[in-house]
Design a protein around this ligand. Structure first.
Ligand code: ADP
Ligand code: ADP
Ligand code: ZN
Length: 213
């Protein structure tokens, strides 16, 4: 099962990706997590991406398409995957089409988590993430069982450097200008399922499971 989670920053993609992994056993491919891993390893690619990420701008398409190409070609994607945070531009979506064709794969479902901008700032500023496994929690809306510790791996939770009110405003601009138009790209392909992302996390989880079957 090849799935894409679509939505604004803070819409809940990463949160739901973890539930899908548990239920269906397919890997999450988060370009944001991969970029953060590259930054913490100090690779050239990570260093180049960092400035864009800190400013809330998109990292250049060539970088992103390169990392996705490597990742989707790996063995563990053969039985399915969850794209989270990719594609974010039309050029990325077109590159993905090509890549999937080459790999003899296709997308089964695009799940759009619809959340209005007004709710995004509180979600992002209250977010706490686990750098070890990529899980995300919220101080108020989805607290971890033990404060400051990841429910999945026990790692220490941190606030992402770009999860500030100022940066989130730039990220929303990038989203509306460059990413939101992809909604129609996938709707026209007939693979789009829309979910009201303002609902309770567990309600959304069940809706996703019933869409995926
Ligand atoms: P994304 O991966 O789309 O950027 P996350 O899954 O990290 O988003 O969620 C952003 C923040 O909002 C996190 O702090 C998360 O705990 C919280 N969150 C996710 N889904 C919901 C929801 N349905 N209601 C309230 N808060 C949510
Ligand atoms: P969020 O879902 O909260 O926006 P992500 O972890 O998906 O956060 O992304 C963090 C940052 O990484 C983005 O603001 C952007 O700078 C960069 N990034 C992640 N994925 C992509 C992508 N597909 N294309 C361009 N930049 C990306
Ligand atoms: Zn963790």
């Amino acid at each position: 099962m090849n799935i894409m989670l679509f939505g604004a920053p803070g819409a809940g993609k990463g949160t739901q990706a973890k539930y899908i992994i548990d239920q269906y056993g397919i890997p999450q491919i988060s370009t944001g997590d991969m970029l953060r891993a590259a930054i913490s390893e100090g690779t050239t690619m990570g260093m180049e991406a960092k400035g864009f990420m800190d400013d809330g701008k998109l990292v250049p398409d060539s970088t992103i398409i390169g990392i996705i190409k490597d990742r989707l070609s790996q063995e563990d994607c053969k039985d399915g995957f969850i794209l989270d945070g990719f594609p974010r531009t039309l050029a990325q979506a077109e590159a993905l089409e090509e890549l999937l064709k080459d790999l003899n794969m296709s997308l089964d479902k695009v799940i759009s988590l619809n959340v209005p901008d007004e709710l995004i700032v509180d979600r992002i500023t209250g977010r706490r993430v686990c750098p070890a496994c990529g899980a995300s929690f919220h101080v108020e809306f989805n607290p971890s069982k033990v404060a400051g510790k990841c429910d999945y791996c026990g790692g220490d939770l941190v606030t992402r450097k770009d999860d500030t009110k100022e940066t989130v405003e730039n990220r929303l601009v990038s989203y509306h200008e460059q990413t939101a138009p992809l909604f129609h790209f996938y709707k026209d392909k007939g693979v789009m399922a829309e979910i009201d992302g303002t609902k309770d996390i567990n309600v959304i989880k069940e809706e996703i499971f019933s869409i995926l079957g």
